[in-house]
Design a protein around this ligand. Structure first.
Ligand code: UDX
Ligand code: ADP
Length: 481
């Protein structure tokens, strides 16, 4: 390789076959037919599902992902559990493992748990050969690349006849895709950010993206700017949601209407109309984690006021979930113990099967705590995932025809068939904006519900008139009367 020219990458390995690694590598493979891409993971079930499942049963649900997998699977996109061999063969290794919020030790509840990232960095140090470009893809706290570099540098192996001299360049390439729109976000990004101090490594990655992204959209920064941009982009987006949710509460008491107010705010070009939908609070694997990370970073540097500022974005989000749970109880005559509530949607937003930090989790737990019986439906989330999230087993039978006396917490049951699930329920709560919930025939289902019955629309998904004409009470977020 000429030292002054970027490496022409022929083989990529991505560690982590999740919501980031899966779609990102599928799109790279689709746009770069000359590059062999292998995704590896320690989770054998997940790899087998990517490898063998029909395209409508891939481990993650993402619109348009199936079509791409069909085109590239076993052509230039491969899945494997043989992590060491895949690393040894790769010119470029993406790290796309999860970095959840720490649950114990220093920084518990705020800092990211980097153990997964550390263990795969060690694997790269052990197995790579010759020069390897290591791309940090997971969302990480600022200065994480330093941890990766330290691990790699401390483990450099000496050159011998069977092993060329190991060298590494670590660059950061944060992922800005949103779940549910991952494929279009990846194929048509607003920008691609590459941070690092090695020009050639940055160029090698820029060359890959330039197969389908205009060079003017590929932005090069230093490592720390790249890491901080990712955290703060998410913090800004989350802040908009907390802001609009705070306005929703004001609308409810003043008689203003949040849809009208959001539209009026968003028409100001400086503000823009996106991310102004009021809802049950933001969820997903990024927003809460990234803000907590930012708060931790600020506290670490003694920026107490700044830390408090960002912390308040999270507090408002928690409040949105709490107040929605409370007003459901209040409207149902102040008591939901033993009543039946149908929860529509458990994913953190529509078009994904991801439930991480979904508002549905906390709202369901609050209702169960009050003694309500929940029937839970989601078109893409299965019952096993819901029991893991609630940490409560699904009950074997839950029938509105039986009289329950929930002295303690309520029970929950998964709903397979939506049309059969309205019988004797006191309330329906829309928590995820799935299109299919728009198609519910309220005139038909109202006959089955127990009166007075309510529909709580936390996503502003339904037409109020359709509900009230059916003789049901309707509450929607940010709608003052
Ligand atoms: C987010 C960022 O958008 C993405 O750039 C980053 O890479 C990862 O984090 P994601 O978590 O997949 O993506 O979903 P996003 O569409 O941002 O939604 C996050 C949460 O905010 C969802 O719970 C969604 O329902 C909520 N939301 C979003 C609102 O309540 N109102 C809005 O107007 C927009
Ligand atoms: P994200 O949304 O960031 O993609 P996911 O949890 O969907 O997060 O995916 C991360 C993947 O990384 C998981 O499938 C997990 O099994 C995998 N993973 C975690 N640690 C390692 C590791 N040390 N080596 C290989 N894969 C790992």
């Amino acid at each position: 390789m000429n030292k002054l020219e970027p490496m022409k990458v022929k083989k990529i390995t991505c560690i982590g076959a999740g919501y980031v690694g899966g779609p990102t590598m599928a799109v790279i493979a689709d746009n770069c037919p000359e590059i062999i891409v292998t995704i590896v993971d320690i989770d054998e079930n997940r790899i087998n599902a990517w490898k063998y499942n029909p395209i409508n049963e891939l481990p993650i649900y993402e619109p348009k992902l199936g079509e791409i997998i069909e085109r590239v699977r076993n052509k230039n996109l491969f899945f494997s559990t043989d992590i060491s061999e895949s690393i040894a063969n790769a010119d470029m290794v993406f790290l796309a493992v999860n970095t959840p919020t720490k649950t114990k030790g220093i920084g518990s509840g705020q800092a990211s748990d980097l153990s997964m990232l550390e263990s795969c960095s060690r694997e790269v140090a052990k197995c790579s050969r010759g020069h390897t470009i290591v791309v940090e893809k997971s969302t990480v706290p600022v200065r994480t690349a330093e941890v990766i570099k330290k691990i790699l540098d401390a483990n450099l192996k000496k050159e011998d006849s069977s092993n060329p001299q190991q060298t590494f360049s670590v660059i950061s390439n944060p992922e800005f895709l949103a779940e549910g729109t991952a494929i279009s976000d990846l194929n048509n990004p607003d920008r691609v950010l590459i941070g690092g101090d090695n020009e050639l490594a940055i160029e090698s990655l820029a060359d890959i993206y330039s197969h389908w992204v205009d060079r003017s959209k590929i932005i090069k920064t230093n490592l720390w700017s790249s890491e901080l941009s990712k955290l703060t982009s998410n913090a800004f987006l989350a802040q908009r949601i907390s802001s609009i949710n705070s306005v929703a509460e004001i609308c409810e008491v003043t008689g203003a209407n949040i849809k009208e107010v959001s539209k009026a705010i968003g028409l100001d070009n400086r503000i823009g109309k996106k991310f102004l939908n009021s809802g049950p609070g933001f969820g997903g694997s990024c927003f809460q984690k990234d803000i907590l990370n930012l708060v931790y970073l600020c506290e670490y540097f003694g920026l107490t006021r700044v830390a408090r500022y960002w912390q308040s974005v999270i507090e408002l989000n928690d409040w949105q979930q709490e107040r929605i749970s409370k007003l459901i109880t209040e409207n149902l005559l102040g008591n939901i113990s033993s009543k039946f509530i149908l929860i529509l949607g458990f994913a953190f937003k529509a078009n994904t099967n991801d439930t991480r930090e979904s508002s549905a989790i906390q709202i369901s737990l609050n209702l169960l705590e009050e003694g309500a019986n929940l029937l839970i439906h989601d078109p893409q989330v299965n019952s096993k995932q819901i029991s893991l999230d609630l940490r409560i087993e699904e009950t074997t039978s839950l029938s509105p025809d039986t009289n329950y006396n929930n002295k303690d917490k309520g029970k929950w049951k998964y709903v397979n068939n939506l049309s059969n699930s309205f019988s004797q329920v006191d309330a329906v709560v829309i928590l995820t904006e799935w299109e299919e919930y728009k198609l519910i025939d309220w005139k038909k289902v109202t006959k089955k519900m127990r009166k007075p019955a309510w529909v709580f629309d936390t996503r502003l998904l339904l037409e109020e008139k359709n509900i009230t004409d059916a003789g049901l009470n309707y509450w929607s977020v940010g709608n003052g009367r």
